[in-house]
Ligand binder design. Structure first.
Ligand SMILES: Nc1ncnc2c1ncn2[C@@H]1O[C@H](COP(=O)(O)OP(=O)(O)OP(=O)(O)O)[C@@H](O)[C@H]1O
Length: 328
């Protein structure tokens, strides 16, 4: 039997944003902000990859580069055997039928002037203009039922819904084209803790039912724990550790992952951020001038002088577990 092939291969992707200074000399090189600085992973059919890291570590930029909302500066995004990094907007249009995204702020991501029915129908109308009104309506109703929205809300507007319900609308819109991959960019961070589990469970159910592959982005490890098959931890645009979910939680190797895991989940994301920062000494460095060598060394409890010299690449520590630290 043939071994399964990844549906998505991300190879050494970099997204650098040029920074335009108010005043500069013509001979000065413009600084760049290294939002993503060399991330690679494979994603298999039906698999969920959790992507975790502090705010500003490049998670959203990585997601946006995969779907072509920002252009990758370097690297390859192999989708169905073609490199889609750097494709034109026109060429990406076809790919986006298969790769959809769910956003963090459910209300802000929905057009306030459109009804729920029209929001969910919009991708269908864009991609399949030949469908009749009745065909579209029946597909919208079917999708609403799948995500747990009652049929009688079809003519209501987004502001009439709670955050959790808005996210159900966003999920229905993302899934109506039956994509193969859905990138969920912090889909529950803006929701009450009591609602978060419902939305995560809904995504899990839909994933099984529709055979979806998921990239699930979150700023803390506890949120992705229940949904991820594998987890990728990012720090300052770099991939610092990746492993199957269990070993990542039971036996983290990178000092940054250890710090993230020891940050006891606190319902308030701001407090939780403060807790991680408290555990790690010092400020998160700027991605415009990241530390030399290991980018984590300035906050690492076990850093040595040599960590300033060489950038550590991911090393195999066994059982598909990789960590970017020579002491891992
Ligand atoms: N279009 C842009 N131009 C310049 N800098 C950008 C742009 N988009 C993102 N950045 C910067 O890139 C870095 C990574 O941002 P990104 O939003 O990807 O991080 P994140 O981990 O998703 O954070 P959050 O959890 O807060 O969304 C940040 O320093 C951000 O300010």
């Amino acid at each position: 039997m043939e071994s399964p092939q990844p549906i998505l291969k991300v190879r050494d992707i970099k997204v650098h944003f040029p920074i335009h200074k108010a005043r500069s000399w013509p001979w000065e090189k413009s600084p760049v902000l290294k939002a993503v600085d060399g991330v690679s992973f494979d994603l298999y059919e039906g698999e969920t990859l959790g992507v975790v890291g502090e705010s500003g570590c490049g998670k959203s930029t990585l997601a946006r580069s995969i779907i072509g909302l920002v252009k990758a500066t370097e690297g390859e995004i192999l989708w169905q055997d073609g490199n889609i990094a750097g494709l034109s907007e026109k060429a990406m249009r076809n790919i986006r039928k298969d790769i959809q995204m769910i956003f963090q702020d459910p209300l802000a991501s929905l057009n306030p002037r459109m009804t729920v029915g029209d929001i969910i129908a919009e991708p269908l109308r864009n991609y399949y203009p030949e469908l009749s009104k009745d065909e579209v309506l029946s597909k919208v109703r079917e999708m609403m039922a799948k995500v747990g929205l009652l049929p009688n809300v079809i003519n209501r507007y987004p502001h009439e819904f709670s955050g959790g319900q808005c996210q159900r609308i966003g999920i229905a819109r993302a899934l109506i084209l039956k994509p193969k991959l859905v990138i969920c960019d912090e889909p529950v961070s803006a929701l009450d803790v009591s609602i978060q589990a419902q939305v995560v469970n809904l995504l899990k159910e839909l994933q099984q039912e529709m055979g979806l592959s998921l990239i699930f982005i979150a700023h803390d490890l506890s949120v992705v724990k229940h949904i991820s098959d594998r987890v990728l931890v990012m720090y300052l645009g770099n991939e610092v550790e990746t492993a199957k979910a269990e070993p990542m939680y039971d036996d983290p190797r990178h000092p940054y992952t250890k710090a993230l895991l020891s940050a006891v989940p606190i319902p308030d994301p701001e407090l939780e951020k403060a807790k991680v920062i408290e555990l790690l000494e010092g400020e998160l460095p700027s991605p415009i001038s990241p530390p030399s060598g290991c980018v984590f060394r300035t906050r690492c409890p076990i850093a040595e002088a040599s960590c300033a010299q060489n950038r550590p690449y991911l090393m195999d520590v066994g059982d598909q577990h990789f960590a970017a630290c020579p002491k891992a």
